[in-house]
Design a protein around this ligand. Sequence first.
Ligand SMILES: Nc1ncnc2c1ncn2[C@@H]1O[C@H](COP(=O)(O)OP(=O)(O)O)[C@@H](O)[C@H]1O
Ligand SMILES: [Mg+2]
Length: 227
Amino acid sequence: MSLLAVRNITKTYGSGRTQVTALEDVSFELDRGKLLAVLGPSGSGKTTLLSIVAGLLRPTAGEILIDDEPVHLHGSRAAAAFRREHVGIVFQDHHLVPYLSAAENLLLVPHFSGRITREDRERALALLAEFGLAERASHTPAELSGGERQRVAIARALMNSPEIMLVDEPTSNLDTERGKHVVDLLRSHIHGRDMTCIMVTHDARMAEAADDVLRIVDGRVAADLPA
Ligand SMILES: Nc1ncnc2c1ncn2[C@@H]1O[C@H](COP(=O)(O)OP(=O)(O)O)[C@@H](O)[C@H]1O
Ligand SMILES: [Mg+2]
């Protein structure tokens, strides 16, 4: 059984003459241990799709099943609780807290779920080390490069050991080489673990590292094209 099933998702924003159909009848399934790249041009509905899978946005029609749980039916409190437990999100502009160090940004995750334990501190430092940031743990975001900030944001999203990682344009502010490095780190973390990741990107070079590629154009899944 798939970890994630996206079934016939449609999303329209607004109504009447200003109505925009951001997604139309999008379906796919995703197994554990996989990195899926959702590839599409700007405005094709990628962020909308991630927001719906994250439970941050309600679809107009369709279903999202995570481990067979119909998460699209969650109210906002249940959705938030589900996210805390099962989902890691890396937003496009990383959303790091500017006055906290890299390690403190990671520790916000356990902080919001209760209290910070010694294991949490150890986990934060281990994740930073895994992402090549051991020497940067006490630096604030302003003291980090763009690639380092992206890696901190990814490490933070991994703090709650999510089953599903949702990553929005992780390389949009990076050159190709640094972007690929970030994607490779993400992939090597996911492989061999019981988790899965959706990375959306407009950059076909970043999709090369993925296990599967879903192309979307104007809110629809494009017919399978050769890569
Ligand atoms: N909150 C919103 N209200 C109205 N239209 C929106 C909103 N968010 C996104 N859209 C529109 O939906 C379409 C898909 O947007 P988005 O999901 O952000 O695409 P992408 O992430 O691929 O650039 C675009 O036409 C965008 O203008
Ligand atoms: Mg977007």
